[in-house]
Design a protein around this ligand. Sequence first.
Ligand SMILES: Nc1ncnc2c1ncn2[C@@H]1O[C@H](COP(=O)(O)OP(=O)(O)OP(=O)(O)O)[C@@H](O)[C@H]1O
Length: 885
Amino acid sequence: MASRHRRAFPLPPWAGKAAPEAEAAKESITVTVRFRPLSPREVRQGEQIAWYADGETIARSEQNSNNAYAYDQVFGPTTTTHHIYDVVAHYVVSGAMKGINGTIFAYGVTSSGKTHTMHGDQRSPGVIPLAVKDIFNIIQETPNREFLLRVSYLEIYNEVVNDLLNPAGQNLQIREDFQGTFVEGIKEEVVLSPVHALSLIAVGEEHRHVGSTNFNLLSSRSHTIFTLTIESSSPCAQSNEGEAVTFSQLNLIDLAGSESSRVETTGVHRKEGSYINKSLLTLGTVISKLTDEKATHIPFRDSKLTRLLKSSLSGQGRVSLICTVTPTSSNYEETHNTLKFAHRAKHIEIQATQNKIMDARSLIKKYQNEIRRLKEELEQLRRNILTGTPLEDTMQKKHHLLETKGDFGLIALSVLHGFVGFGETFKNPPKEKMRTSKGLLNWLKLRKCDSGPTNLTSSHGEKPSSTKSLPALSTPLWIAFFNVPSEQRMSDYMLAENVPANLLCVGHGEFPSDSLPVHETPLVSTKTSDHVDILREQFNILSGEVALHQSVLKCLSEEAGKGAMNEQIEMEMKVVNDEIKLNKQQIVSLERRISHSMSDSQGKHDNLELALPYIDIPEQLNEKAFKLEVKMADNKIMKDQLEQKARKCQEFQEAITDLKGKFSQALEDNVLLSERIIFQHNTDIVHEAGSQAHKGKPLPRDVSDEFLKKALQAEIDELKQSVSELSEAKAQLDSRNQKLLEESTYAKGLVLVTGVELKSLSIKVSKLMKQNERLASQLASGRNSTQRRVSHGPRGARRESHIKRYEPANRGDMNPCSGREQALEAMLMEKDQRQELHTKIEESKQKEAFLERELANMWAVLANLKKARGMDQEDFDAKYNGSWA
Ligand SMILES: Nc1ncnc2c1ncn2[C@@H]1O[C@H](COP(=O)(O)OP(=O)(O)OP(=O)(O)O)[C@@H](O)[C@H]1O
């Protein structure tokens, strides 16, 4: 069917000649920059433009025109999202419809317009709703293929993956298999129309973490990934068994905004901010490593975001990066960083290839086969009815069909054409103002709930509730399929949902377990309760049908009562009676299955309770490991910041030295200049006097005065200029002085503390020295007495012999001697210790002297600076006063 939206699958406008996609030519990430307009607040605050779009591909700094970066496209503040979609996103979406994976994401600081770009609002739908609309247009415009669309929607909040379509799906794990990374246990919903897809996003947005920051009232505090899984193949009627199915994933990502360290945050906000910054930092690192040929390791695993984006960033599919920036001068640095990030990303090479999968892994093929089989069975039933096979048999078969097929894919192949387009839905936006959640999706939800039946309303006239909208949307389709006797009535259901002809509609929550890329364990109870819900809904519908048939039967019997009972009425009554009987049998069977499912779920629940304590342990471990990871990342960031600060300090020091040099140079220049002026002044006077003497007549006084005044004025202007430069330099020096003063105060404190310590040390030392002296004198006296003993000669010798003779008796006399020796040894040891202390004291004294010297230096620098400032002022005053005098 031709449509005014018809578009081929183009390459982006800047790609030059179109390379055939099958050849998988090397491309690079499409990187674009979008400037947002100044907000009313920024206008009120008189913000200046610091960056602007210079032409179509350049972002340039207003302050320094050499600061400019080139991209695939740069969009100015007046560009509409629709235009941006056409230029950078349609190309990725159309690729996804042909089996080439696609990723579109918005990157930028908080309040730069990421959500505005990705989600938009009622006046200006964003890339996500436009992509959804585009996808359904493409499906309609490709009648020779059948499509199966599934969506999932997740957020990464504080490095935890949460399922936005399933409140029970919290802290999901990321796994990897041969196909790439996937989120274990994420809920996937089959979508049937743009409104259906958007209602799912609206449901998800309700669960997204949003907070208010200094810059943005509704700031996204989490990254979100909306994934559309697209399978397509030729229609089942023509398909041959070996034919490949194309399979692709389209990721539409709204990142949380990085937060400047200038922003004062506390508590939860700071934690959120640090997680956001950490993951964006990792994204930046991954991108720079990907563009660095020498890099051997790409740290994809350092954050959940980069893990999930691994296959997109490593080049398996088309990627479009939209960098949103604010033009204001107060965000100059942040914008500069975003531009640098975008510039780096431009160098990532990708090789987009078409994914093809064979039958075994294709969900669409399974459904096509299932549909074919169901059709055959239906045909058989119809034939049985026509050939007069006993009704009991037919009903049993139909009942059997419900029993067996109801548990597997509840599948219907739509045979309708045309659905109410997206544009129609948005033609008359409501007046309500959004209050709590961001974007058009919330509006859609409000509209859905507030404004009565829309095309989301089920054929039973029930309005889907905000969170339970999904069963209400999809369940009637498959229930209709199994309960409606004619295809015509099934078509009515389809019409109510506006499903494109070639879109496969699959019952919600009823995928054959082997075909789902979902690991079930944690969701067993949820799935069971879903199943019971579905059965109950089936039960309600069947009861409704019974009631309806009974009222028809009543009408028919009243009709029959009025007149002669004709054959046709009799036949109709028989058919209705049969229907009632059939429905009642189905109700009984449903009741059985409901109680069965419930007891099953109870059993599973018991098992689950037993296993619960053990299930928790790895989770807790994971949590701990995860917290550790975050702490480590925080440490790394803090270390980086410290290093940066140290570098800045170094730069300041250098700047101070530089300024000092300049200052003294300027002072010298000043002196020279004033000398020159005085000299010039004197020369002029001499010249005037000479000319008067020479010519014998004086120069006119006013001419010479004029000349002198002009010369002086010029010099004074020059001086003024240099004085103003000097005062600027002085102001800078003043601030440096202040810092130096603070440092010197600190150093002084240190010196004081050291002084106190030194004092106590010196007291200790003097005590020790006294002790030392005492011991030394004792030692000396000990030595003297020994020498005296030796020098007493024969008397001494006699005494020695006497001692020897009476040794045992005199042992008591010897003891004081050996005791003294021990004391002497101890004294010697003490002496050694004292010497050690002495050296330590010497060292401390040296340190003190060094610190004192440093302090003196600082004071000298300060004094010089003060002197220089005083001199400068005096000089200036003197010159001015002198020259005008
Ligand atoms: N191109 C634009 N035109 C008009 N208004 C815009 C544009 N971009 C952003 N805005 C407005 O600026 C404000 C902040 O935008 P938005 O919420 O999209 O920022 P964000 O980058 O998603 O912020 P955060 O990261 O905090 O969620 C919103 O009020 C939005 O409507």
